[in-house]
Design a protein around this ligand. Structure first.
Ligand code: AMP
Ligand code: ZN
Length: 470
């Protein structure tokens, strides 16, 4: 099966042709661990997980690498501002190392809750300083760098195609040079490879280097870690769209200059933003939501995963609790149907032509630039089809779920007594769900007592709340 992907470099959907037969090297820019990931960040990692699973579905052996940025990411993308980690440490009174560990652990809890497959390699910037220094030396030998004000800069005028990913118009950018803050730069788009001269004297994370004690710029870490684990030319590089104009643009400039391989990466795939009422959800916007907040409000993390599947990764997706409620309701209905299919027997070993048609259509939708909303529609069509057997439906949804990642394999078969639960009790169960979503714990508890009086116990399961006879 051919996987087709939108390549930001060509602005078109292309057939994926791997460098090595049957293998796919995938590098994804990971989190900067100075704060919790918000659900917008997590949308990007869910998209990358869908890509990973789809490549596997198509038969590729995927090698997925993700970095953890624990040094060098400044508050401003143009080398201005303060190191995000140092700022967070200063503000919280903890060490940068504590901060990094704390938020890295929190990030992987979120990833596990969202059923995101852990990348094959998760690597920290601070463990790869020597590789970064090695690449900067190669750039220096190739005449691509200069030292100014103590820092080592990459000179974009030493290459002839700077900005090709973002299709930057460099003449227009020169016009904007007046607002540039770093007077050490020869060209406003030059960027720092190594800082020895920090504006902030409390910079704790520093290393010796040929240019003096200091720390790396943000972009060099991704060139260093990707080449270490995937080689100096690899298949796919992912991130959010905000990485296109600066971070990925600079990664390409320095990597092609240092490694001499053009293109450095064959496919560039970017996820669009999650929006809230004010626009892009962002960490600097105090109103950002974390997965823990959703959990506290009674949602299963997989409700959020389902919600993300309802939008194509290249479209903006507007978050609201109403939409999340709809996703929850759809996911719970699906889980109930799966529980019923499981109660009627084993998954079919063989599929009828009609059932196979659904599976093929589902896979085609995902292989065609990860069209998850289309794939979900195929799933629902199959689930509602009266002409195929429950055993086939079970087999289908489990196969489809190897890509969707909604943990449908973990759903228990429906109990024999489920059909006999009176409508009144089910209605109360729905009301309790709404009460929990509204954080009206007193009401939720009162309903639980009422249900107990009717002879039912409430069980909170991965597939939503269920009733069991006492
Ligand atoms: P950060 O931890 O800030 O480096 O961001 C981690 C990832 O989340 C990056 O790939 C960003 O491009 C992405 N990202 C940031 N904000 C959003 C958003 N509102 N929606 C989707 N992805 C985002
Ligand atoms: Zn990166």
């Amino acid at each position: 099966m051919t996987v087709r992907l939108y390549n930001t470099m060509s602005r078109s959907v292309e057939d994926f042709v791997p460098i090595k037969d049957g293998e796919a090297g995938l590098y994804c820019c990971g989190p900067t661990v100075y704060n919790y990931a918000h659900i917008g960040n997590l949308r990007t990692y869910i998209f990358e997980d869908l890509l990973h699973r789809t490549l596997e579905m198509a038969g590729y052996k995927v090698r997925h690498i993700m970095n953890i940025t624990d040094v060098g990411h400044l508050t401003g993308d143009g080398d201005d501002g303060e190191d995000k980690m140092s700022k967070s440490a200063r503000e919280s009174g903890r060490s940068v190392w504590d901060i990094a560990k704390f938020y890295t652990d929190a990030f992987f809890r979120d990833e596990a809750d969202l059923n995101i497959i852990r990348p094959d390699v998760v690597c920290r910037a601070t463990d790869h300083i020597q590789s970064m220094i090695g690449i900067i030396r190669r750039l220096e030998e190739g005449g691509h760098t200069y030292i100014s004000g103590g820092n080592v800069y990459f000179s974009i005028d030493t290459i002839d195609d700077y900005g090709k990913l973002a299709r930057l118009n460099l003449d227009e950018l020169k016009e904007g040079a007046r607002i540039e803050v770093d007077s050490n730069k020869r060209n406003p788009k030059d960027f720092v490879l190594w800082f020895t001269n920090s504006k902030f004297k409390d910079q704790v994370m520093v290393w010796p280097s040929p240019w003096g004690v200091g720390y790396p710029g943000w972009h060099i870490e991704c060139s260093a870690m990707s080449s270490e684990y995937l080689g100096e030319h690899f298949d796919i590089h992912c991130g959010g769209i905000d990485a296109i104009p600066v971070h990925h643009t600079n990664e390409i400039a320095q990597s092609e200059a240092a490694f001499g391989h053009k293109p450095w990466v064959n496919y560039w795939c970017h996820g669009e933003f999650l929006l809230n009422d004010r626009g892009k959800m962002s960490k600097s916007d105090g109103g950002f939501l974390t997965l823990s907040v959703l959990k506290d409000r009674g949602y299963d993390p997989l409700d959020y995963r389902y919600f993300c599947l309802t939008g194509h990764y290249r479209s903006q997706l507007k978050f609201s609790f109403e939409s999340l409620d709809q996703a929850r309701s759809a996911r719970e209905t699906l889980a109930r149907r799966v529980a019923q299919f499981k109660a009627s027997g084993e998954a079919a070993q063989q599929l009828s032509a009609k059932a196979q048609g659904y599976l093929d259509a589902f896979r085609q939708s995902m292989a065609n630039d990860l069209k998850a909303p289309q794939a979900l529609a195929v799933l629902w069509q199959a689930v509602r089809d009266q002409e195929i057997l429950d055993a086939e439906k079970l087999s289908l949804v489990l196969s489809m779920d190897s890509i969707l990642g909604l943990s449908l394999d973990r759903i228990a078969p429906a109990g024999a007594g489920d059909a006999e639960i009176p409508a009144e009790a089910l209605q109360l169960l729905e009301e309790r769900k709404s009460a929990k979503a509204a954080r009206d714990w007193a009401r939720a508890d009162a309903i639980r007592d009422q249900l107990a009086a009717m002879g039912f116990k409430v069980l909170d399961t991965g597939a939503g709340a269920k009733l069991e006879r006492l």
